[in-house]
Write a protein that binds this ligand. Structure first.
Ligand code: T46
Length: 144
C-alpha cells in the first residue's frame, strides 16, 4: 500500500474554531449536529485531575476519529503520523483539535485543573487501539 493512502498530520489533523457567543455574562461555545466536526458523535468523555508531570495516551486508533477540546486550563497534544511529529498547545475552550484514525497521540504538560473533553466517532472498543508503536508503524506502512 502507498504511504499517502493513510491519514497524515498535514492532510488530516487540524484546529477547528468553534462558535463563540460573546456575552458580558460569560461566553458560550457549542457543537451541534454535523455542522462543526467531520464525524457523528457517538461518545463523550473527559480527562481531569491529572497530577503534574503525568502523560496520557501513547496510542493510535485503527478507526476512531476524535475532537479534543481543552475546556479549562492548558495542555500539549503531541501527534505523530509515523513521518512527522507535531505539538499542539491547547488553551482555548473554543478550539477543538481534530484527530482522525491512525495518528499516534499523547497528552502532556497538563496545567493544574486542566479539563479536556473528547468527542469520539464511536463507542469504546479496546480492540480499536494500537498501543505498540512498531505495530502502529507497520499498520500505516511507514516502518523504516
Ligand atoms: C487520547 C489520549 C490522549 C473506557 O472504559 N471508556 C472510554 O471511553 C475510554 C476513553 C477509556 N476507558 C477505559 C479504558 C482504560 O482502561 O479507561 C482506561 C483508560 O483509557 P485510555 O487507555 O484510552 O486512556 P489514555 O490516557 O491512554 O488515552 C486517552 C484517550 O483515551 C485517547 O483518546 O487521545 O488520552
Amino acid at each position: 500500500m502507498k504511504m499517502n493512502e493513510y491519514p497524515t498530520i498535514e492532510n488530516s489533523c487540524r484546529i477547528i474554531h468553534l462558535p463563540k457567543i460573546h456575552d458580558p455574562r460569560g461566553n458560550l461555545t457549542f457543537i451541534q449536529g454535523q455542522e462543526h466536526i467531520p464525524f457523528t458523535i457517538q461518545r463523550a468523555y473527559w480527562i481531569y485531575d491529572v497530577p503534574g508531570g503525568e502523560i496520557r495516551g501513547g496510542h493510535a486508533y485503527k478507526s476512531l476519529h476524535e475532537l479534543l477540546i481543552v475546556v479549562s486550563g492548558s495542555l500539549d497534544v503531541v501527534l505523530d503520523d509515523g513521518i512527522q511529529v507535531k505539538n499542539y498547545s491547547l488553551n482555548r475552550s473554543y478550539f477543538g483539535l481534530y484527530i482522525p484514525n491512525l495518528i499516534w497521540r499523547s497528552m502532556e504538560n497538563f496545567s493544574t485543573n486542566a479539563l479536556c473533553l473528547i468527542l469520539a466517532s464511536d463507542i469504546y472498543d479496546a480492540r480499536d487501539y494500537l498501543r505498540d508503536y512498531t505495530e502502529f508503524l507497520n499498520h500505516v506502512d511507514r516502518s523504516k
